[in-house]
Design a protein around this ligand. Structure first.
Ligand code: NCD
Length: 309
């Protein structure tokens, strides 16, 4: 019997669940950077089902599996699969369940991963469902905060597209388990959806809302920037009007705390001036690396291998 464990959203996660994965990731870091060899996943196959573009999520799951001695089964592009003939997601999942031991799914429709989990006999990992959730990104974001800053008494700004940004939605729920102070920074059109703001209020989280980064930049420990999610705008004209409004430059961070860290799930478009990359504040490329040990930990968890680490 395979242990069954889907990863769909961070909403129901407790602090203990987050901490447990972060601890496993820490142990796996030497394997993630190739210092120590591992065969924990020998004989295991991870299916990659990407219905939307991806670089980091796809490749860091691939490298995580490969460095643990496992293998990858990639569905490839939607155009090259039977989806292009009109096959349903439910049928695709039923079939892939018989080929692989776990699957990572990225899909443009909110709720797709939850739906897939209902048809799957293997663990489904949500790699992003439309403007919904992105739980594995959140786990690596927490890990980055823990490594590069601190999770206790954290003062964080979440900036950019809070409306459509799924990384933000998942991160908000996670930060609520750490009693972080959250500063929401976005143009008024791109505020956090009401249902999430309500949930945070119920969890009694300390929140401020502004449309100006300069209001919070000097007080935060972490500035989490995000891309305006162009592909989710129903009206392209609306995108054009907000796209230039959030941009961080070297001048703007001059009076930030010396150990303030800037994070970004990437890809960045114009939200962070490349001049910022060489400052000690930039943590986004380290963040991309941390995706590897964290996704190793996630794979060990869903496949019931954590005792072997
Ligand atoms: C994010 C996503 O796909 O939601 N990318 C990622 O997984 N690192 C962020 C984005 O696309 O803006």
């Amino acid at each position: 019997m395979r242990p069954m464990h889907h990863i769909i959203s961070t909403k129901e996660y407790t602090r203990e669940m987050f901490d447990n994965i972060l601890e496993l990731a820490e142990k796996l870091e030497p394997v993630a950077c190739g210092e120590i060899k591992s065969e924990i996943m020998a004989g295991k196959i991870l299916a990659l089902l990407f219905f939307e573009p991806s670089t980091r999520t796809r490749m860091s799951f691939e490298v995580a599996m490969l460095r643990l001695g496992g293998q990858i089964l990639n569905m490839g592009s939607v155009e090259a699969s039977s989806i292009a003939k009109g096959e349903s997601l439910a049928d695709t999942i039923r079939v892939i369940s018989q080929y692989a031991d776990a699957a990572i799914l990225r899909h443009p429709r909110e709720g797709a991963a939850l739906m897939a989990s209902e048809y799957s006999s293997i663990p489904i990992i949500n790699g992003g469902d439309g403007a919904g959730h992105h739980p594995t990104q959140t786990l690596l974001d927490l890990y980055t905060i823990k490594r590069e800053s601190h999770l206790d008494n954290l003062n964080i700004a979440l900036a950019g597209d809070l409306k459509y940004g799924r990384t933000i939605h998942s991160l908000c729920y996670a930060l609520s388990r750490y009693d972080a102070k959250i500063n929401l920074v976005s143009p008024p059109e791109l505020r956090l959806p009401d249902r999430i703001a309500e949930d945070l209020k119920m969890r009694k989280i300390d929140i401020t809302i502004t449309d100006n980064l300069e209001d919070v930049i000097e007080e935060v420990d972490v500035l989490y920037m995000t891309r305006i999610q162009k592909e989710r705008f129903p009206d392209p004209a609306e995108f054009t009007s907000v796209s230039a409004s959030m941009r961080i430059t070297r001048e703007m961070i001059q009076n930030a705390k010396p150990d303030m860290k800037i994070m970004h799930p990437l890809p960045r478009i114009s939200e962070i001036d490349p001049d910022v990359d060489a400052t000690p504040h930039a943590a986004y490329f380290e963040q991309a690396f941390y995706g590897v040990p964290v996704r190793m930990a996630i794979l060990c968890k869903v496949l019931g291998m954590e005792d072997k680490i």
